[in-house]
Design a protein around this ligand. Structure first.
Ligand SMILES: Nc1nc2c(c(=O)[nH]1)N(C=O)[C@@H](CNc1ccc(C(=O)N[C@@H](CCC(=O)O)C(=O)O)cc1)CN2
Ligand SMILES: Nc1ncnc2c1ncn2[C@@H]1O[C@H](COP(=O)(O)OP(=O)(O)OP(=O)(O)O)[C@@H](O)[C@H]1O
Length: 222
């Protein structure tokens, strides 16, 4: 199917692009991202926030950990669920949390410890989830690693009923593409935030600004 072939090729290209960033560029991008996220009004009152440990050139959200801890925010990390296919747990990160590489080589809280329900929060109870992404577009669509982990774990958001976390895709500006193919299972993001700006999908904007797609695209590009 051309749809899958498209996405695969795009993933390869965009992953190579983000991996090409040097350590210094990564540090600067991470700092800019943290500054933007701290200023995000809708994150101001969040008490429980999930982020990720960066891998494969992803923009690094970890400078936020200490900054948010000062606000009293509790931080959670995604853990690959054992036995259930392609779903995540969100496990509390504390100073005592022991990390181990998962099957993709990404550090995560150890599975055994993560199995304790007291160490986790169901996704609907989180205030916000910061999602890693491979690509995004000016409409706020997201392309992930292809496992459907976040799409499955946050699938309840699409039903539009009950509590739900705010969803922020995090990216380097160079991960923006013209237009992404959309899949029916893609979870709708509240915004994509990059080192250079932010994109708010038009369905999330106030009516008077929803028309202005151009301005939105510019903001994302820097
Ligand atoms: N930092 C971070 N943590 C994360 C994610 C992520 O995208 N970034 N995930 C978001 O989903 C989950 C892990 N998902 C992943 C999905 C695919 C591959 C991956 O590298 N796949 C290989 C081929 C598969 C294999 O090696 O078996 C590839 O595409 O080359 C990595 C992580 C949970 N934790
Ligand atoms: N809610 C869901 N229920 C069942 N299958 C799903 C769901 N979400 C995604 N999938 C399946 O997962 C596979 C990967 O989806 P997709 O390519 O959109 O992943 P992704 O968004 O790039 O990855 P991730 O969410 O892990 O970052 C697809 O083949 C899709 O059929």
């Amino acid at each position: 199917m051309p749809f899958d072939a498209d996405r695969r090729q795009l993933r390869r290209r965009l992953r190579a692009r983000r991996r090409s960033l040097g350590a210094q560029a990564q540090r600067i991008a991470a700092r800019r991202l943290a500054r933007r996220l701290l200023a995000e009004p809708r994150l101001r009152h969040v008490r429980h926030l999930a982020l990720y440990l960066p891998s494969d050139g992803e923009i690094d959200p970890t400078p936020l950990i200490a900054l948010l801890a000062r606000r009293g925010v509790r931080i959670y990390l995604p853990v690959l669920r054992p036995l259930v296919e392609n779903r995540l747990w969100f496990v509390r990160l504390t100073r005592r949390t022991r990390l181990a590489p998962n099957r993709f080589g990404i550090a995560e809280p150890q599975t055994r410890a993560s199995a304790h329900p007291a160490r986790r929060l169901p996704a609907w109870a989180l205030g916000a989830v910061l999602l890693p992404l491979v690509g995004f577009d000016a409409r706020g669509e997201r392309l992930g690693m292809g496992g459907g982990f976040y799409d499955r774990s946050l699938g309840f958001v699409r039903r539009g009923v009950g509590r739900r976390p705010r969803l922020y895709g995090l990216a380097h500006a160079l991960q923006q593409v013209e237009r992404l193919p959309v899949a029916p299972w893609d979870v709708p993001l509240d915004a994509v935030v990059s080192d250079a700006g932010r994109v708010v999908p038009s369905h999330r904007m106030k009516p008077e600004t929803a028309r202005n797609d151009d301005r939105n695209a510019k903001r994302a590009g820097g």
